[in-house]
Design a protein around this ligand. Sequence first.
Ligand SMILES: *Cc1c(COP(=O)(O)O)cnc(C)c1O
Length: 380
Amino acid sequence: MKVTFYQRFHGETEQNYIRDCLSSNLETDGFFMQKLLGVTKKLYPDSFALFTTSCTLALETVMGCLELNAGDEVLLPSFNFPSAANAVLRAGGRPVLCDIDPLTQNLSLEDVKNRISKRTKAVVAVHYGGVACPMEELNRLCREAGAVLIEDAAQGIGAFYQGIPLGTLGDYGTVSFHHTKNLTCGEGGLMLTRQEGAYHRAQQYRLHGTNRTMYLNGEADRYTWNMPGSCAALGEPAAALLLSQMESLDEITRIRTRIMEQYMEFLEPLERQGIGRRMVIPDYARPNGHIFYLRFEQPRQCRAVRERLAEEGIDCKSHYVPLHVSPMGQKLGYKPEDLPESYRCYQTLLRLPVHTGMNQEAAELVAGRIMELCSRKKGV
Ligand SMILES: *Cc1c(COP(=O)(O)O)cnc(C)c1O
């Protein structure tokens, strides 16, 4: 049996929504966007929401609202996708890469404490795999330093920190609907904030730095260029598809979480044998089954398991080349040994397939093969 790494969820309503959408004029922020905002409000009742063409553009919108000056620093984890770091560079700031906690692969609080300073304008907390960062501590550190807290909840839809949805615990949050995420509309993103002033600025950034939204709402008789901006609004066809996906959020989260829990159970013996560790979920976190991963003791073992499973049609994946190790990180002056835990994670983390097309049998097969490969003397 082959097990693919990704497989998107196909919602029952999506064909109908797309068809209805195509008979409209596809106006930006039209009928389906309004419907989508309505459903989104139920998930994030205390936040303002802006849908964007990607999580990357949502992060650019956030950074565009911060008015960074040259020399202003933004802290973010090195074990991360490049989006937040790019957004900082584009906004004229300096990304400062931090190391991670080996249990959750989220920002190390110790390292943030060491690097936070008067120059720090913001901290970006990535909720790796949809497992919440320690938000109370991060909020306190940011408040003390006068820094803005941004949650990159790209992987975090349907996940919570102490019952509160990820993306709504800091000053700003962003979510991704890329095809690799739990919900997808091909490419899409979401920016969240509880602050009305920040929302109005972000609204303008998203529409070319203009107050076009006010104009369309009849609150202004023409719209003007008021600040630097971009063109970041999610279009109607994608909104129609995403509406359908949103309606299935609970079902998608339930299926994925179940697969994650089965891996947790089946792979527990690896820890007793000292071969590797399963992902850790702190008490304050309720994840969404976005990722299940193992961290092996030995890089060699991690690679061998991935290669052997690939030969059998089971697709497992490593994850990020840490930003500080990448060619761009080197250009920014980092050396691979600067952030040791991020480097070790890059060498020893293996993600297992998790998607809504999987059943218990598939999860058992994957876990069973890993147990066999690791326990055989001549194995890996
Ligand atoms: C997927 C992802 C992004 C990028 O999302 P896009 O919607 O593709 O722009 C950014 N940050 C993290 C942590 C991600 O996982």
